[in-house]
Design a binder for this molecule. Structure first.
Ligand SMILES: *Cc1c(COP(=O)(O)O)cnc(C)c1O
Length: 361
């Protein structure tokens, strides 16, 4: 097998090697059928088993029950969920927390569909912190927030207190990266291509009772949660191959020991980089000043000049370290160190950062 590069892309992003291997095999011969998973019916019993296992594994990892929650695999990316959530649930008013570009986009969609209140925002400081002690009205149809801000490198470390109001979260870039009380959420969605699998499928975990009682039935069929919950995510042809890969990633999370082990490793990896910023703040500047707001998934930083950043990214590439350029809207550097990113890659990056600093300071 060819050596793997050090992959720090923000999304689509790194996947565990055993998952890639399983995808490779299934792309040629799936379940011993002598046919590729790409060539068979999504209604076959072999593929049905894939979907059911993935749904059960997702719930098991999150500590949720199939009596209470449905797991859906939908198309259209997290961006379609920005619209689907208000389409289904916004009747009176919805409350949003604005912590970055993705949250802003979710708010824009909601505004087209009903009264949308931005209860808290960190836009005043270019989204470099997480708003604290947010006081919600308590009578919204739902509260929506973004747990990890992929572009700005901030992350909610806990779950905002919303009382009895249904809580909706875009967890695209930190889904299943840590232990959380997932039962506090009425709906969680995540584009798979950050931390769960390939592009092309969005994982939605939704409280069945909320859908049953509150979701609208008079909107187009494919945009109704009711459709997908009642058909167990098989209303139409689902994205079969991405679902297969997400299923393998879920198996990998379980085989690693579950979210406790994954979280520990993620905290350790992030510390390897954040410690450098703290030790050498005169050269590497963390773009998120408040330590508790720093993302475990997307580590954002600046160097003393844009020229040095360009040089840093180029030299890293020569060492097979890819994806370190910050998002085009903020510049600087970003290392995305999702679940599948090995400790060795982060250690290699940390060593390179120290060396680069010594040579360029
Ligand atoms: C990438 C990303 C999105 C957009 O996901 P798509 O699947 O491309 O629509 C939404 N929210 C967050 C937090 C993201 O990181």
């Amino acid at each position: 097998m060819a050596t793997r590069a050090h992959n720090f892309f923000a999304g689509p992003a790194i996947l565990p090697v055993p998952v890639i291997e399983a995808a490779k095999e299934a792309a040629y011969d799936f379940a011993g059928l002598g046919m590729s998973i790409l060539e068979i019916s999504h209604r076959s019993k072999e593929f049905d088993a894939v979907v059911q296992k993935a749904q059960a594994d997702a719930l098991e990892i999150m500590g949720l029950s199939a009596d209470d929650y449905a797991v859906l695999f939908l198309g259209g990316g997290a961006s379609t969920q920005f619209a689907m959530v208000p389409m289904n649930f916004l009747r009176g008013k919805a409350e949003y927390v604005n912590t970055g570009e993705w949250a802003t986009k979710a708010i824009k969609e909601a505004k087209m569909l009903g009264e949308t209140i931005v209860t808290a925002s960190s836009e005043d400081a270019n989204f470099n912190y997480i708003p604290k002690n947010i006081v919600f009205s308590g009578d919204a149809d739902y509260v929506h927030y973004t747990s990890n801000n992929t572009i700005y490198g901030t992350e909610f470390k806990g779950t905002p207190e919303v009382g009895n109001v249904p809580l909706v979260c875009d967890m695209s870039s930190d889904m299943l990266s840590r232990e959380l009380d997932y039962s506090k959420y009425s709906l969680i969605y995540a584009g798979a291509q950050k931390n769960l699998g390939p592009a092309g499928v969005t994982l939605v975990v939704v409280k069945k009772a909320w859908v049953e009682e509150k979701a609208k039935g008079d909107i187009p069929t494919m945009l109704r949660y009711k459709t997908h919950v009642s058909k167990e995510s098989m209303f139409n042809t689902p994205p079969v191959f991405p679902i297969f890969v997400v299923g393998k990633t879920l198996e990998w999370i379980k085989s690693e020991g579950g979210l406790g082990v994954i979280q520990q490793r993620n905290e350790m990896k992030a510390a390897l980089l954040y410690d450098i910023f703290d030790a050498h703040a005169d050269f590497f500047t963390a773009t998120v000043p408040n330590k508790e707001d720093r993302s475990l998934m997307n580590v954002t930083f600046r160097l003393p000049s844009e020229d040095l950043e360009t040089k840093f990214i180029a030299e890293a590439k020569a060492l097979k370290m890819f994806g370190l350029k910050g998002h085009r809207s903020v510049g600087g550097c970003r290392a995305s160190i999702y679940n599948a990113c090995p400790v060795e890659s982060v250690e290699a990056l940390a060593r390179f950062m120290e060396k680069f600093m010594a040579e360029n300071k």
